[in-house]
Structure formats: C-alpha cells, structure tokens
Design a protein around this ligand. Structure first.
Ligand SMILES: NC(=O)c1ccc[n+]([C@@H]2O[C@H](COP(=O)([O-])OP(=O)(O)OC[C@H]3O[C@@H](n4cnc5c(N)ncnc54)[C@H](OP(=O)(O)O)[C@@H]3O)[C@@H](O)[C@H]2O)c1
Length: 228
C-alpha cells in the first residue's frame, strides 16, 4: 500500500487528487487546517484525516507524528495547500501568502523527510503555478504575461525553486513541481474561469505515481516539462 499525504485536501484540486489516488489503491491522508471540513472530506472519500495547517509548526509536526505512528513511513507527499492572497499588496498580506505557499512547503517537507526516507520509492509533488515561471510571465504569447498577481506569482516562484533545491539535496527522493492548469475551484471562482478539477488532478496524480527511475527537479504541466 502506498501511503500518501495531501495538504489542503478538503476541497478543490487536493480533494480530487485524493479521490483519484484512492481509486489507485493509495492510503490517503487528507490534511486540512479545519477539523470539521477535513473530517467531512475524508468521510466522503473514505480517506483518513489529519489536522494540518501549513502555517503552524506544531500542527505540521503532530500531523506527521500521527502518520508515523499509524504507518511508520510516508511514500508520497503532495504539497497542495495554497492561497491567492490578492486582497492587498502590502507587508502583512505578503507574509501570509509566502507563509502558506512557500514556507508551508518547507515546514511540511522538513517534517515529512524522516518518514519519506523509510519509503522504497519516496515522491514529493508540489502544486506550484506557471505564474511563478519567469519564462511564462515574460512571454507575451502566454496567458501568464497579463496576470498581475505579484505575491502569488513570487511565492510560487519560491515553491518551484524549493523543489529544485530539494531535488539536489535529497537525491534519494523525487521532487517535482507542477502547474495543474487553470481550474474552476474556490480560488478562481471570482474570475469565473477554469476547467474541471478532474482534468487538473490528473497531472498531480501522474507525478505522484512516478516509478523509481522517474524525473526529479522538474516543473511540469499536463504536456510535460515547463520552462522556468
Ligand atoms: N485553481 C487553479 O486554477 C490553480 C492554478 C495553478 C495552481 N493552483 C494551485 O493549486 C493548489 C490548490 O488550489 P485550488 O485551486 O484547489 O484552491 P482551493 O479550492 O481554494 O483549495 C485550496 C486548499 O488549500 C487549503 N489551505 C489554504 N491555506 C491553508 C493552510 N494554511 N493550511 C492548510 N491548508 C490550507 C484550503 O483549505 P480551507 O478550505 O481551509 O481554506 C483548501 O483546502 C494551490 O496551491 C493553488 O495555488 C491552482
């Protein structure tokens, strides 16, 4: 059985990824910051639940301790939790966005590393964004060129760079980041855009189910590798 933890999995792309990985036979832990929302999602899917707020060190370490005592290892970590944080462009908002989208990746990954090292095929997938790609936001032919989400984009650049750095420093573990495709979730609801979560979660699932000889240190979308 493959043991998988997905952060921010009570809804959206994380929830759908949980659903698809459960169908493939994974033991899935839904990480959610809100106990009620998390338990409800886990019950709906037949998954397990851990309270996990990616901005809270105590919450993160106790979630991983719970998985350690129940499973003794972790095979797949999906860093999915994220916020848009486009309300203001100021210091407090920047701290909140970076805390969730970038520092959260460090908190959860660091807490998960000892469990991942006990897996025979450890994989970390970070749901980043092509809005964090310097190539995409500077390319007038790409939709990212016209999206002025400074804090979100910068925090996703950091999440992608963390993926590259972890891939280098942890050669026994595969680390890949991805752009899921613009998806209709609560995050994009105000813009009325995006495709169904079922399609976008497929890329997360593909990277979460890599063979031992799969790639590491890449940024991908559904078509394959994306430029930085
Ligand atoms: N939708 C898109 O078009 C798109 C495109 C590119 C990348 N992405 C990325 O895809 C990921 C999932 O987003 P989504 O579209 O599925 O949005 P969503 O429906 O808003 O889901 C975001 C999830 O993250 C959780 N979350 C937020 N802050 C958290 C925290 N501090 N600790 C734990 N969980 C937290 C939310 O929990 P609550 O319910 O408690 O708020 C929710 O479960 C994000 O990283 C996003 O940046 C999305």
């Amino acid at each position: 059985m493959t043991v998988t933890l997905i952060t921010g999995a009570n809804k959206g792309i994380g929830f759908e990824t949980a659903k698809q990985l459960l169908e493939l036979g994974h033991v899935v832990y839904i990480g959610a910051r809100d106990v009620e929302r998390g338990e409800k999602a886990a019950a709906a899917l037949g998954a397990r639940f851990v309270q996990l707020d990616v901005t809270d060190d105590v919450s993160v370490s106790s979630a991983l301790a719970t998985i350690d005592s129940a499973e003794g290892r972790l095979d797949v970590l999906v860093n999915n939790a994220g916020i848009l944080g486009n309300e203001f462009l100021d210091g407090p908002t920047a701290l909140r966005v970076f805390d969730t989208n970038a520092v959260g990746v460090v908190r959860v990954t660091e807490a998960a590393l000892p469990l991942l090292r006990k897996s025979s095929n450890p994989v970390v997938v970070t749901v980043s964004s092509s809005l964090g790609s310097f190539w995409a936001v500077n390319n007038p032919d790409r939709p990212e060129f016209n999206v002025p989400l400074a804090l979100y984009s910068a925090s996703k650049s950091a999440a992608t760079m963390l993926t590259v750095q972890y891939a280098k420093s942890q050669p026994g573990i595969k680390f890949n980041a991805l752009e899921p495709g613009t998806t209709a979730t609560d995050m994009t609801a105000a813009f009325g855009i995006g495709r169904p979560v079922e399609e976008s979660a497929r890329t997360v699932v593909r990277l979460a189910t890599l063979d031992a000889d799969g790639p590491t240190g890449t940024l991908q979308d559904e078509t394959g590798e994306l430029r930085w």
